[in-house]
Design a binder for this molecule. Structure first.
Ligand code: AMP
Length: 271
């Protein structure tokens, strides 16, 4: 299919997802359709990026609903493979981007980014897009995949688009569907903590540890029994941890609210 489209000089855009689509995915699909002749969406809940005690089985799925949202965004092709198609018996190869997968989510989800990089490398080989679209919501994933594409000379451009939020600031996520009403009321506090970080930096805060400590205190007092995996300030390009805040700083967090793990981030330019 890709060969035929390429022979016709069609420009192929691609949005890889795990489905249960929302407005965050829609923003990627809209841009993909606008920039390309053919827009391809993949829906695949990739088992290899979930740890043994993670929510692979519980991850929300609804293909019928996804199809409607895709139609609304004029998606041309939906690629919806089964796990057996993607990982037939005897599958042996994986893609492992080192160092930048060790911190942030990588520290708490061993093997996660290996699963992500492997499946996206496979999807890029299958779809053969000219450009593929990722969300800033998953900042570490976007940076890791950008590195992979560069390191492995995969002939594709990467475009990273801004995080789409609910009106109260909560970053849209398929997992939000599982928040109880009480959790849902508290969840926007995560984004508020990031906005607080931006404000403190604007007021002159340059000490990473002090800033992180303030954010942790804010989260602990505004959410019922949160479990903070991490709140970190890292270089927005390399993901290297920062002691002194300088340049483009990625402030990223992962927090469990009840049994739901939410992530969010912002980038602050520090002069
Ligand atoms: P997922 O289905 O969660 O694997 O996400 C598929 C793609 O959509 C990834 O590139 C995500 O970063 C992106 N995405 C998810 N949520 C959002 C959001 N709220 N805003 C923008 N992009 C998003």
């Amino acid at each position: 299919m890709a060969v035929k489209l390429k022979a016709q000089k069609k420009r192929i855009g691609f949005v890889p997802t795990m489905g249960f689509l929302h407005e965050g995915h829609a923003s990627l699909l809209k841009k993909c359709k606008k920039d390309n002749d053919v827009s391809v969406l993949s829906i695949f809940v990739n088992p290899t990026q979930f740890g043994p005690n993670e929510d692979f089985r519980r991850y929300p799925r609804n293909f019928k609903r996804d199809k409607l949202l895709a139609q609304k965004q004029n998606v041309d092709i939906i690629f919806y493979p089964s796990a057996d198609e993607m990982y037939p018996e005897g599958f042996l190869t994986s893609v492992d981007v080192s160092r930048m997968t060790e911190g942030l989510c990588g520290k708490f989800r061993p093997g996660h980014f290996k699963g992500v990089a492997t499946v996206v490398a496979k999807l890029l080989n299958i779809v053969q897009p000219d450009i593929f679209y990722l969300g800033q919501k998953d900042a570490q994933q976007a940076i890791v995949l950008t590195q992979m594409v560069s390191d492995l000379n995969i002939p594709v451009k990467v475009k990273i688009l801004p995080t789409i939020r609910e009106t109260d600031g909560l970053a849209m996520s398929s997992r939000n569907a599982y928040l109880s009403p009480e959790n849902r009321v508290q969840a926007p506090k995560l984004y508020q903590s990031l906005l607080l970080a931006r404000k403190l930096i604007q007021k002159g805060e340059r000490n990473s540890r002090a800033l992180i400590s303030t954010l942790r205190t804010f989260i602990l007092k505004s959410i019922t029994n949160p479990k903070i995996d991490y709140v970190e300030c890292v270089d927005a390009k390399t993901l290297a941890p920062l002691t002194k805040l300088n340049g483009n700083v990625l402030i990223a967090l992962a927090v469990w609210i009840w049994k739901i793990r939410l992530i969010d981030n912002i980038v602050v330019r520090v002069k």
